[in-house]
Design a protein around this ligand. Structure first.
Ligand code: ADP
Length: 500
């Protein structure tokens, strides 16, 4: 699952806290409204109680003033009776209005109204009239019983109204207390929840931001100390994850850069070593022929020698001078090889003739070696740079002699087919170990066995391969260490015969 970004996390937290706050406020509002309603109901219940008590007082006033008049005949009681009778409709009206929304209580209020009016009209007023006529008749036990019965009935109804109202008032205040308690509980839980959420968010931020940032800072210290291998776990909230992955990319790039620098350094070291080897090789290769040339020339200049001895010395000088010239030629070729500046004079010529010429040149002096030349009788024409191809054949023949120090047979073989000409030089010399075979065409490479015993620059085969490949041909080697080697050169052929 994709990790939430920091902004996402803040939005989630803010919305959750906002929801909790809304919940708290809504609960508080419900509680306040409920308490208000309870208060309103309580005050209404108080009003109903007061109105009921007022009606009860009037009923009591009616009854007591009637009794007072019946017993004493005092007109003052009639005045009190009339006052009570006057205030009665107002008190009854108020009670009826107050309980108008409650059918049961309204029914009781109306019943009280009826009972009181009946008490006044059907009992009290006839009794007053009878008292005026006969005091004793008004005081009869039957009349008094009737008075008690009616008064009790009125008090009973009013008592019921009071009791019901009180009961309701108790139930309502209990309900509002419960609502208030529930509101307090919900509010406290919600507040605790939001506090918990804020704490959780702190932990979330610490885990998602602080911890990775701490890891990044200690990794940065490692990088500063040169350890570019350090990698960070890229998990983390959106932006943090991106930062960690950018950090890893940076260390990877630094590591790569360092590796490249080390490799470059190694190459420079190798090239420095190479240069030193080259200088020592060149000076060694030049010193020997040069010493011969200088030595024999001074000898010839200082003393008179018989003609044939003089000629022998001069031949040595000539041979060594040629060797120096060939070395200079090799170095020049290598320079051309590196600069890609080889240029060839292409012209068709007979390879059979060239091979013969080279064989005669190389084997006229060597008495330790025998040569087998196996060439076709017909000309094999190639379109190539004759001097350069001569250089290639010469190099192969010179190597065959050079690397067969104990002598042996050298075979020069030329075959031709429609595709091209194939020229091989075989010897019975020291051979080339398999590990060296792949490298002998590299410039300056010298086989360990060869280098330890025989002089050379490691350039001949590199130049030969460059020449052959530039002519669209190829060169390969086959060898058995201790038994000899065979070098094969293939060149493309032209069918036109060379005019004599
Ligand atoms: P150089 O002969 O001056 O060393 P080359 O480029 O001609 O340079 O030869 C490269 C290496 O190949 C030699 O040093 C030698 O190890 C090996 N090599 C070439 N020709 C022969 C051969 N005929 N027999 C054995 N080893 C050979």
């Amino acid at each position: 699952m994709k990790k939430l970004s920091l902004v996402g996390r803040v939005v989630v937290l803010a919305s959750t806290v906002a929801m909790v706050v809304v919940l708290v406020v809504a609960t508080a509002l419900v509680a306040i409204l409920s308490l208000r309603r309870a208060e309103a109901r309580e005050s209404r219940a108080k009003d109903v109680t007061a109105a009921t008590l007022r009606v009860e007082n009037i009923a009591f006033d009616l009854q007591s003033s009637l009794r007072g008049y019946v017993l004493s005949g005092d007109q003052h009681f009639i005045t009190l009776f009339n006052d009570a009778q006057t205030t009665m409709p107002v008190a009854l009206g108020r009670l009826t209005t107050l309980v108008a929304d409650d059918q049961e209580q309204l029914r009781r209020a109306r019943a009280t109204d009826g009972l009181l009016r009946a008490y006044v009209a059907d009992y009290a007023q006839p009794v007053i009239k009878i008292r005026r006529l006969s005091p004793y008749a008004a005081l009869s036990p039957a009349s008094l019983d009737e008075d008690r019965r009616r008064a009790n009935e009125i008090r009973g109804t009013l008592g019921t109204i009071l009791a019901v109202e009180q009961q309701r008032s108790v139930a309502r205040s209990k309900h509002s207390r419960e609502v208030a308690r529930a509101a307090v509980i919900v509010g406290s839980v919600a507040l605790a929840l939001s506090a918990g959420l804020v704490l959780l968010f702190g932990a979330w931020v610490a885990r998602g931001v602080a911890a990775p940032v701490r890891r990044a800072s200690s990794a940065a210290a490692q990088v500063a100390a040169g350890d570019f291998d350090v990698r960070l776990d890229e998990s983390g909230a959106g932006e943090v994850g991106e930062l960690l992955s950018a950090f890893n990319s940076m260390t990877r790039a630094l590591e790569l850069g360092r590796r490249e620098l080390l490799e470059q350094n190694e190459r420079l070291r190798e090239s420095e070593q190479h240069k030193r080897d080259l200088i020592s090789m060149v000076s060694h290769e030049i010193r020997t022929p040069l010493a011969s040339v200088v030595g024999f020339t001074s000898l010839l200049l200082e003393r008179e020698f018989p003609p044939d001895e003089q000629r022998r010395y001069l031949e040595i000088v000539d041979q060594q001078a040629r060797r120096l010239a060939s070395l200079a030629g090799d170095f020049l070729d290598v320079q051309l090889l590196e600069g890609g500046g080889f240029s060839f004079d292409y012209a068709p010529f007979d390879l059979v003739e060239l091979a013969n010429e080279q064989a005669r040149l190389f084997f006229s002096h060597s008495s330790a070696h025998t040569i087998d030349v196996d060439l076709p009788s017909d000309p094999v024409v190639v379109n190539a740079d004759r001097d350069r191809i001569a250089q290639v054949i010469g190099n192969l023949l010179s190597n065959a002699i050079k690397y067969s120090p104990s002598g042996g047979n050298v075979r020069l073989l030329l075959t031709a087919n429609d595709g091209g000409a194939e020229l091989s030089v075989e010897d019975e010399g020291m051979g080339i170990p398999a590990a060296d075979r792949a490298r002998i065409f590299e410039k300056f490479f010298r086989g360990a066995d060869a280098a330890s015993a025989i002089g050379g620059t490691g350039l001949g085969l590199a130049v030969a391969r460059e020449i052959v490949m530039s002519h669209g041909g190829g060169i390969e080697v086959d060898s058995e260490p201790g038994r000899g080697s065979r070098f094969t050169v293939r060149l493309p052929r032209v069918s036109t015969p060379v005019s004599a």
